[in-house]
Write a protein that binds this ligand. Structure first.
Ligand SMILES: *Cc1c(COP(=O)(O)O)cnc(C)c1O
Length: 371
């Protein structure tokens, strides 16, 4: 048996095709890619390199150091017109880095605004700036009160070249929720105070609320990486992350023989078992919520015994598939057992699943990109 037991592959062409689909859906708004947390674990450098190739020119990271790393690793291909926004703003010690690397901080508190404005004054020039405005009383971003004060004060936002105003939808995954429209109205009201700035409200789920919500710019993460944008719906996006598990060995056992690593049950009939190296995805697929079933090669199977950290034993007695031979790599994720299904099993979201999975396998890439 050759090779690693389980493999996670990032399909960069599927990623690019998802971004293009979202960009077409949201045009003439611009479609920005959110690549925080190492592009949700998929690897920010190859992801952004592929997205640049696909035509994406606007990116969001969370922290300044993420922005620096991207600019350094992509110095050879970074287009002059591309924008890189930093969602957490610019901490004082990183202000100079923002300027050096052309990162635009998203300012979300009075203090951040004060510091950035003081820097602009020291330098004697207007600094590119994005503002995050709280339209939902969720304490994410500048409150309406603070923003109004800043706008009305003579030196409040002077010296800041505000090019983008963003806000976050709190209930975007629920299209029926009345808060969505309310937030949209508030953004429209605020944008009048910043005639030169673009406005942005929609993340992945917000994109699917309709064209009204696209404004000047949308910010997609999860959907671009293959997750479903709305609760309970199948994703229209292609799967970007693939996991393959190696079939380690097969065994036949007779009726009455014990099965499973702790001999917790006995075979009710002549049984064929396969031991499969699932890797970390097993934590999702073999939890209590899985009811003892998982899919491999697009087929439902029952697992027996108790899965160990990395391997699981499945009953393949009734599975008529000659590809189930030792050494084979089996597809773990498919259109049913996808990132969203894993998130549901673990009662979490696609971001958590992707970052945790990608971080625990050795990643490999597929798709047309020079790495
Ligand atoms: C993470 C993030 C996004 C992307 O959200 P998805 O649901 O993954 O599309 C958009 N905007 C902000 C401010 C974010 O922090």
């Amino acid at each position: 048996m050759n090779g690693r037991p389980a493999v996670l592959t990032v399909d960069l062409d599927a990623l690019a095709s998802n971004w293009q689909a979202l960009a077409r859906l949201t045009a003439p708004a611009r479609c920005a890619a959110v690549v925080k947390a190492d592009a949700y674990g998929l690897g920010a450098t190859p992801v952004v390199r592929r997205l640049l190739q696909a035509g994406c020119r606007e990116f969001f990271v969370a922290r300044v150091d993420e922005g620096i790393r991207l600019r350094d690793s992509l110095a050879d291909v970074w287009p002059r017109e591309a924008r890189l926004y930093v969602l957490h703003g610019a901490p004082r010690e990183a202000e100079q880095d923002c300027l050096t690397y052309g990162l635009v901080p998203v300012l979300g508190s009075r203090q951040q605004v004060d510091h950035w404005r003081a820097l602009a004054r020291r330098l004697g020039r207007a600094l590119p700036t994005a503002l995050q405005v709280d339209t939902a009383m969720s304490r994410q971003g500048l409150s309406p009160l603070i923003l109004a004060r800043l706008i009305d004060a003579d030196d409040g936002l002077a010296g800041l070249a505000t090019e983008l105003v963003i806000s976050d939808l709190v209930h975007a995954r629920n299209p029926q929720h009345p808060a969505n429209r309310r937030q949209l109205e508030l953004v429209h009201r605020w944008r009048q105070r910043f005639p030169a700035a673009r406005a942005s409200l929609a993340c992945s789920a917000g994109i699917f609320l309709g064209a009204d919500f696209h404004l000047d710019l949308v910010r997609t993460g999860a959907a671009m990486y293959g997750a479903t944008p709305t609760v309970g719906q199948r994703t229209p996006m292609r799967q970007v992350v693939q996991v393959q598990a190696r079939l380690l060995h097969c065994q036949h056992i007779s009726t009455g023989e014990p099965m499973g690593d702790r001999n917790t049950s006995r075979a009710q009939r002549p049984t064929r078992l396969a031991t499969v190296a699932l890797g970390p995805v097993g934590d999702y697929l073999c939890g209590p919520a899985s009811h003892g079933r998982l899919r491999l090669q697009g087929r439902r199977m029952t697992w027996v015994g108790r899965p160990s950290t990395d391997t699981v034993t499945v009953d393949i007695t009734d599975v008529d598939d000659e590809r189930l031979t030792p050494g084979r790599l089996l597809e773990v994720l498919d259109e049913v057992q996808d990132i969203n299904a894993l998130a549901q099993l673990a009662r979490t979201n696609a971001f958590e699943v992707l970052t945790s999975l990608c971080g625990r396998y050795r990643r490999q890439y597929r798709g047309s990109v020079p790495l």
